[in-house]
Design a protein around this ligand. Sequence first.
Ligand code: AGV
Ligand code: CA
Length: 321
Amino acid sequence: MNQLQNPQPIPVLFDHDGGVDDFLSLLLLLLLPEIDLAGISITPADCYAENALETTQKLLALTNKDHIEIGVGQYHGINAFPADWRARPKMLNALPDMLNVANYIETATPENSVDFIIRKLSVAAEPVTVLLTGPCSNLVQAVAQQPAIVTKIKEVVWMGGAVDVPGNVRTYNHNGTAEWNVFWDPVAAKTLFGLGLKLTIVPLDTTNHVPVTIDFLKKLAAQASAFYAHLAGQFWATTIDTIPAYDYTYFMWDVLTTSYLAIPTAFVVEQVEMDVIATGPSAGKTYRAPGTGQWVQVATDVNKEQFYSFLFKKLTSPLGQ
Ligand code: AGV
Ligand code: CA
């Protein structure tokens, strides 16, 4: 570790929703020396919780970090993810590298994510960055139950929303203007925007620039003798059949959002007054509301080359470098 560059790792609480992309984000977080992961909570949104818990525990074991505690959410949002999306990441647990993890810690009755977030923030010695790569319900419920924890939140960084681009929800009675993490619980999203926390969103506007490309995967495969590069390549390979159309293209949504913590200067950010539509055919739409909205920091663009090279470097390095 370069002690000069990283004198103090930043404390991060991570809530993810168990997608393949969320696990690549978790792997990246676990490999970043600039981050001190204070806890992981799961939202049962783009996954089934039992699969997501197993993958989370195995990644902790594979990075020698199984002291990190995990919470599992029991709240199910207003608009469920399609079942075939939710089932997909189960495949990760069938990959040889994951089947071969013998000694991982299995928690029989994990703490509820909301209680977990309250507990972790309450005991934090300094304000913590909360990273969300799924819906925001767990955090919003935690703040509703224990408002004092807001003083322990330094910043919320959320993969969510679509500001000046179309959304990615294609479902019955919806007009396509929302991004899925917001749509799952649009009421919570509206609440989150109103909490007055420092909030940075990484919406589809930015993530649309970083698809999972075969070129990137080929480059990573060439480094497959590095264990984590090999593992990440296997994970991404499970997403590649989502490619045929815009709606079904797999992007590095969560991985990009996670990278914001380590390479914020690679992003273009804009302060925007925004609001969320909570119900109806535009439920989950995040929109500019000048004069009436809440101030949100929006990552509107990213230096793609800087992002891909950062990611490549971290995934091909040994643990913690
Ligand atoms: O909308 C993006 C969010 C990200 O947090 N998720 C996937 C990422 O983890 C929902 C999503 C959009 N399209 C998808 C999604 C797809 N084709 N498959 C699975 N999930
Ligand atoms: Ca996600």
